[in-house]
Write a protein that binds this ligand. Structure first.
Ligand code: APR
Length: 318
């Protein structure tokens, strides 16, 4: 158990994170900051605190418009930023189209972290995922162990769910990884997908797998369309807590996260989704998977899209 977890952003994902943290008791204190008035974070914290006796939780929750509420947090999860939402003409924007707005927010987030919890481990969820975490890294200059993006857990969870439904077996039996950037050309790694230790192709035809992988790549957009306003928020919160749990309990769990690569997978100076060992120090090791030639090619394409977004980040700084 930690002493304090900080949440930046108290919207849809931030709200679910706070509820789950109070239920799961990962820390004695949970503090949330959100700039939305009159005081969204204080309101959410009070609502959750008022239910805490019912769920028998003594986790102490506070919310504020001011970043000082994060003072001393050992783990911070950042969700500050606008989500995708359906346009009036029914189309949906790409995550990359959020960049300009969310970069400004990210700079305010960085300043708050730097001032009140510079030694924290940081998990970021705001989109476009890999570019935002790149900017946080530029601003904060944290060692790469302590800064990462949450996307691979979510994308892999979606892939696993679709496969379990098609194969007619428990989600618990599905082992799968989705790597690369958190965009429409992310890479579901079929060669590493197993059902109870057996190759996925034993249960699902190649044609169905093609369709499932295409659906996985667009799964975020599918939810955006259905909701009509905003984007997915329950599975993203659960996925970030999978990472938090591995860190808090030093589980040394192999999980795909957006990590700062320094030559691994042929990528240098960018955040891209790869399997890592997550433990109390954060990203303790990056694992280089054996990919097929086609998967390597797909990974390189995905990393090239991430580079385009991070180049835009650098361009905007000029
Ligand atoms: N500091 C703190 N909070 C901020 C700031 C800031 N500088 N700027 C904006 N916020 C808050 C907003 O006030 C809002 O309450 O971030 C919150 C975001 O919540 P939602 O709009 O409900 O978005 P959510 O669905 O939670 O998604 C957050 O994660 O998955 C990504 O694409 C998604 O970028 C989006 C982010």
């Amino acid at each position: 158990m930690l002493n304090k977890i900080g949440l930046i952003g108290g919207g849809n994902i931030g709200g679910v994170l706070m509820q789950l943290l109070v239920q799961r008791k990962y820390a004695r204190n949970v503090a949330m900051v959100d700039i939305k008035g009159p005081d969204l974070a204080a309101g959410k914290a009070l609502d959750i605190a008022e239910g805490s006796s019912v769920i028998r939780s003594d986790v102490h929750v506070v919310g504020s418009k001011e970043y000082d509420v994060l003072e001393g947090a050992e783990l911070v999860i950042n969700t500050a930023g606008v989500p995708r939402t359906v346009r009036p003409d029914g189309t949906i924007p790409s995550r990359e189209e959020l960049l300009t707005t969310n970069l400004k927010i990210t700079d305010a987030v960085s300043a708050g972290i730097e001032k009140y919890c510079p030694n924290t481990i940081l998990i970021s969820i705001a989109n476009p995922l890999d570019a935002i975490v790149f900017r946080l890294h530029m601003n904060l200059k944290f060692p790469r162990e302590r800064i990462m993006g949450m996307a691979g857990v979510l994308d892999s969870a979606r892939y696993r769910y679709f496969i379990s439904a098609e194969a007619g077996v428990s989600v618990e039996n599905i082992d799968a990884m989705v790597l690369g950037g958190h965009g429409d050309n992310m890479v579901p790694v079929r060669s590493a997908c197993r059902i109870a230790g057996m190759p996925v192709e034993k249960f699902v035809s190649p044609e169905k797998l093609d369709a499932i992988e295409a659906r996985t790549r667009k799964a975020g957009g599918e939810i955006v369309k259905l909701l009509g306003s905003g984007s997915a928020f329950v599975a993203p919160a659960q996925s970030a807590l999978e990472m938090a749990e591995a860190i808090i309990y030093d589980k040394k769990k192999v999980i795909p996260v957006s990590a700062y690569l320094q030559g691994e997978y042929g990528v240098n100076g960018q955040f891209v989704g790869v399997p890592v060992v997550l433990g109390s120090k954060g990203v303790e090791k990056i694992i280089e998977m054996d990919l097929t030639e086609a998967e390597k090619q797909a990974f390189n394409n995905s990393a090239a899209s991430v580079k385009k977004a991070t180049d835009e980040v650098l361009e905007m700084l000029k």
